[in-house]
Design a protein around this ligand. Structure first.
Ligand SMILES: *[C@@H]1O[C@H](CO)[C@@H](O)[C@H](O)[C@H]1NC(C)=O
Ligand SMILES: *[C@@H]1O[C@H](CO)[C@@H](O)[C@H](O)[C@H]1NC(C)=O
Ligand SMILES: *[C@@H]1O[C@H](CO)[C@@H](O)[C@H](O)[C@H]1NC(C)=O
Length: 332
């Protein structure tokens, strides 16, 4: 017993050494997303969340928002690594579920948006006692979902395949050598904390919350909106992310460049808004999952098959775009 305890600690220490921030939104970013979400949970959702949280969370969702990062390098959980992101073909500034949601071996649905559908479905059918006989661990489903809704809002979690979402783009952040992905996960937030928020994450979260009830209050309902009554709509968030990645993250961040004040000051507002949107949408998703009135049709939940049929169509579009004009010109 004692030995396995020591071994566990040693392993934890080794792990901490090996993974200096190659994770998603750093701990701070995920904490902020979940903390913001907590303020917008319905009574039903809050009750369900508290019942599912592990004891050590002490009723605080934000306390387990980085759980998915903490476990992902444990061999037991290695399969979950590809669920943290979705990459597009190089220099494509749009996202398509069927084209992009797969792991590097091409296995379908293994990506952050696929995972959000997966865990939304597990929680929905688990909560309403409908669905399959397979009993998933809903505590894990909740912790994964809360983490991945944060991740899909980090623009470089929907980046290009070739540079692994900015992970292989080595740049300087002021004087420190790092990679572009890490800057978006951690450094922008860290620099903001030091520069504006007295190194206190709670103060930064309050500033974002003030904007949610102030400047952004008219946008909130559109942020929450999910097309056609879906429970989760990660495809929309992923599309926004790749667009922001192209417009802001990759721009002026060529390998070897030094990013400083210009980059920091223009990108920080993007980061703060994404944290706000992540929080609002996590709450909205949980509120829909744990609504006391179950949805009329659960079949409707899963958008994947439909989008895959559409994707089949999209492969035939190059053909159609040639054929249709000819067909139409024949008709008229
Ligand atoms: C769905 O969740 C189960 C249970 O955690 C997991 O085994 C499976 O790989 C997940 N699939 C996706 C696409 O997230
Ligand atoms: C569910 O998952 C949590 C976190 O991995 C674990 O602590 C707990 O023991 C699991 N519950 C069951 C019933 O397996
Ligand atoms: C608050 O909103 C304003 C206007 O959109 C923006 O410039 C500022 O960066 C925001 N601050 C925070 C903390 O989100």
């Amino acid at each position: 017993m004692a030995w396995s305890g020591v071994l566990l600690i040693v392993r934890a220490l080794v792990l901490l050494q090996l993974i200096p921030g190659i994770l998603s939104w750093g701990k701070e970013g995920h904490y902020a997303v979940c903390k913001i979400a907590e303020g917008f949970l319905s009574e039903d959702a809050l009750g369900a969340v508290k019942a599912l949280l592990p004891d050590y969370a002490e009723g605080d969702l934000a306390a387990v928002c980085s759980w998915a990062d903490e476990i992902r390098h444990n061999f037991h959980w290695r399969w979950s690594g590809p669920l943290h992101y979705v990459d597009t073909p190089d220099y494509r500034c749009n996202y398509e579920y069927c084209r992009d949601c797969h792991d590097f071996r091409g296995h379908k649905d293994i990506c952050v948006t696929g995972a959000i559908y997966n865990y939304t479905k597990q929680l929905t059918s688990g909560y309403h006692n409908s669905g399959s006989e397979i009993r998933y661990n809903l505590t894990e489903a909740l912790m994964f979902l809360s983490h991945f809704i944060g991740d899909v809002h980090q623009p470089l979690h929907v980046g290009f395949t070739g540079d692994e979402g900015g992970n292989t783009i080595i740049v300087r952040w002021y004087r420190r050598k790092t990679n572009l992905h890490h800057i978006w996960d951690n450094m922008i937030i860290d620099s903001a904390l030091k520069t504006y928020y007295n190194s206190d994450l709670a103060i930064m979260i309050q500033a974002i919350q003030r904007n949610i009830t102030g400047d952004w209050s008219f946008d909130i309902s559109s942020w929450k909106n999910c097309a056609s009554d879906d429970t989760a709509c990660p495809n929309l968030y992923a599309s926004e992310s790749i667009s922001l990645a192209c417009k802001f993250a990759y721009r002026n961040a060529t390998p070897g460049s030094t990013l400083g004040d210009d980059y920091f000051l223009s990108r920080l507002p993007i980061v703060e808004k994404r944290l706000a949107q992540g929080g609002i949408r996590l709450a909205a998703t949980l509120n829909r999952i744990f609504a006391s009135q179950p949805k009329i049709s659960l079949k409707h939940e899963d958008k994947r098959p439909t989008s895959c049929i559409l994707c089949l169509l999209c492969h035939t579009i190059p053909f159609l775009s040639v054929a249709l004009p000819i067909i139409f010109s024949c008709l008229y």
